[in-house]
Ligand binder design. Structure first.
Ligand code: BEZ
Length: 250
């Protein structure tokens, strides 16, 4: 199975929209001055800084060294830590996460760690890819990679649950669900379009191919998607669907 790797410089160019579109989940968090908050999958710290601006004390963790270095460079208290090895004991008023949970393979271990990190009554507020997220992009990748002899099962998959499925998982780990909703969010991409998106968010998959074949596979994927996700002005929109929730640790 390929593993996605992150490059903070490339992410800043092609992925800034992820933080820019997170206003709704930041509002749902409703961070208050003096609260201790953990940002799980903090990336380059763009949202961690927004949360800290509320007066809360925020710590970020991320599995990517490149991202943690970028977060530290802007003054965030950030640490490299895998989400399935969270090392916190009932110390946070809230755990926040944006666009990170869908990368995590061991969901049950992650949720157990989040619950353990929270004080009783603490909030877990998050947004992740939900059921149907990037369906067209995934199908195009499967088509191109199957043709190139790459077993689709080896292609990195994300976890995009339905609200019912994730609610049941959260309950199993001792959370009460105050809000959970699936939100279709067609997302306009920056100038780099689908090619930039694929090179940023699916780099692990393209690295499966011999270097000489990557460019043509990338072009082929973009061409397959063009009639569905690109308008006649050349503007690309990704078929995003979000799952947003607020759960409280019992
Ligand atoms: C997402 O934020 O939904 C997402 C981003 C990259 C790959 C897969 C999903």
């Amino acid at each position: 199975m390929t593993k996605q790797t992150w490059n903070a410089t490339q992410y800043a160019l092609n992925g800034r929209f992820v933080a820019d579109l997170a206003g709704g989940v930041i509002d749902l968090l409703d961070a208050r001055p003096g609260e201790h908050i953990l940002d799980l999958g903090c990336g380059d710290g763009a949202l961690t800084a927004k949360i800290a601006a509320s007066g809360a004390q925020v710590k970020g963790v991320d599995s990517s060294e490149s991202m943690v270095a970028a977060a530290r460079a802007v003054g965030i208290d950030a640490q490299v830590m895998d989400a399935d090895a969270l090392d916190f004991d009932h110390e946070f008023d809230a755990v926040f996460s944006n666009a990170a949970l869908h990368w995590m393979r061991n969901q049950d271990t992650v949720l157990a760690g989040v619950h353990r990190a929270l004080k009783p009554g603490g909030r877990f507020v998050a947004e992740m890819g939900g059921h149907g997220n990037i369906a067209a992009i995934q199908v195009a990748l499967l088509a191109v990679f199957s043709k190139n002899g790459i077993d689709p099962a080896r292609i990195e998959q994300n976890y995009f649950p339905t609200p019912a499925s994730y609610e049941s998982r959260l309950r199993h780990h001792g959370f009460d669900i105050h809000y959970i909703e699936l939100l279709p969010r067609p997302t306009p991409l920056p100038e780099s379009g689908m090619s930039g998106w694929l090179q940023t968010f699916r780099s692990g998959i393209f690295q499966q191919l011999p270097e000489a074949e990557r460019e043509s596979a990338l072009k082929e994927t973009v061409e397959l998607l063009k009639p569905f996700l690109c308008d006649d002005l050349g503007k690309w929109t990704a078929d995003y669907v979000r799952l947003r929730f607020l759960a409280v640790a019992l």
